[in-house]
Design a protein around this ligand. Structure first.
Ligand code: CP
Length: 336
């Protein structure tokens, strides 16, 4: 693997091999000397708990040196738009930051959230593509406007641990959940891509005006290996019936982009009956509950589900470390 921007770029065989490597590292522990002498820079344009911790530990535990930078907090605030006249708060341009960091390190990770002003603009992944274009070293997407491949890898490893390595044809529900704010679609889109690559039967559930854009569903369908399916419904109960896993995630549909926060809140909270509770989980086939975290308790999911026996959210977050180790080992470990 020479970089990780999206699981859409990873052929099914490559993805399965990466997950096997993550499982092996989890079972046997990391090789503490594998990345000795390697330098990694992690650029966080948005906050993080799991991604930052897992990537820092994944690099350090395999012998690499890590520098984490948070522009606007401990590094210069960056402008991201190409061609912009920099007469505002930003002292540095992302282009220069990417060029300089990649001149010093062996791998560059970047996190940026969706702009959520235009779905088409977000689809262009402006920050990720700029960093990828300007970096002279491999780039890892630590969440971008419409993708989060590191999260999806951990999701898939968690499903494999529960169900088995072959996930083809396994029914899983990806359901919209209420939230007081407009959140990006990155996690949902990344999971769709990963699940499609594995040939799963994904039911995507959302209230009518909250559905994932057909373009995202269509792009994921194009990744199906011949097995599996991706279907959309506005019936959450039907989607949960018989599922082996229920993955809840809040997102804002493009129609909500740019809407006043109080309107977004009202539209989302009109669907409080979409909060995942034990009744919804009971519809599944001994289903496990997944969420990327952080999660709003008793909004996205009830305490009863989150703290109950079906919840795998802590294991799922823990798998972020093992899958991140596998990603760094695959990109940087094989050439030494
Ligand atoms: N799931 C996830 O990416 O968590 P953080 O935002 O804390 O990194």
């Amino acid at each position: 693997m020479d970089r990780l921007l999206s699981l859409a770029d990873a052929p099914g065989d490559g993805l399965r091999a990466l997950l096997r490597l993550a499982a092996r590292i989890k079972a046997e522990g990391p090789d503490p000397g594998l990345l000795a002498g390697r330098q990694v820079a992690l650029l966080f344009l948005n906050p993080s708990l799991r991604t930052r911790t897992s990537m820092e530990l994944a690099a350090a535990s395999q012998g690499a040196h890590v520098v984490t930078l948070t522009p606007g907090a401990d590094a210069w605030k960056v402008a991201t738009e190409r061609g912009v006249v920099m007469d505002g708060e930003e002292a540095e341009h992302l282009v220069d930051a990417a060029r300089v960091l990649s001149d010093m390190v062996d791998l560059l990770g970047v996190r940026t959230f969706a702009g959520m002003r235009s779905f088409d603009a977000d689809r262009g992944e402006p920050v990720l593509t700029t960093v990828a274009a300007e970096s002279g070293v491999p780039v890892v997407n630590m969440e971008s406007a419409l993708d989060h491949p590191l999260q999806a890898l951990a999701d898939l490893l968690t499903l494999q641990e529960e169900i088995g390595e072959d996930l083809s044809g396994v029914p899983v529900t990806l359901t919209w959940a209420p939230h007081p704010k407009a959140l990006p679609m990155a996690v949902a889109a990344a999971f769709l891509r990963g699940a499609a690559r594995m040939g799963m039967d994904v039911r995507v559930a959302a209230p009518p005006k909250m559905s994932l854009p057909e373009t995202l569903l269509g792009e994921a369908r194009a990744l199906l290996p011949g097995a599996g399916s991706i279907t959309a419904t506005d019936d959450q109960d039907a989607a949960c019936r018989g599922a082996r896993a229920v993955y809840a995630k809040a997102w804002a549909a493009p129609a909500q982009y740019g809407a006043p926060p109080q309107d977004v809140r009202a539209a989302q909270l009109a669907h409080r009956d979409w909060t995942i509770d034990e009744r919804a989980m009971d519809l599944g086939d001994d289903a496990i509950f997944l969420h990327c975290l952080p999660v709003r308790r008793n909004m996205v999911v009830t305490d009863g589900v989150l703290d109950g026996p079906r919840s795998r959210v802590v294991a799922e977050a823990g798998n972020r470390l093992h899958t991140a180790r596998a990603v760094l080992a695959s990109i940087l470990g094989g050439t030494r």
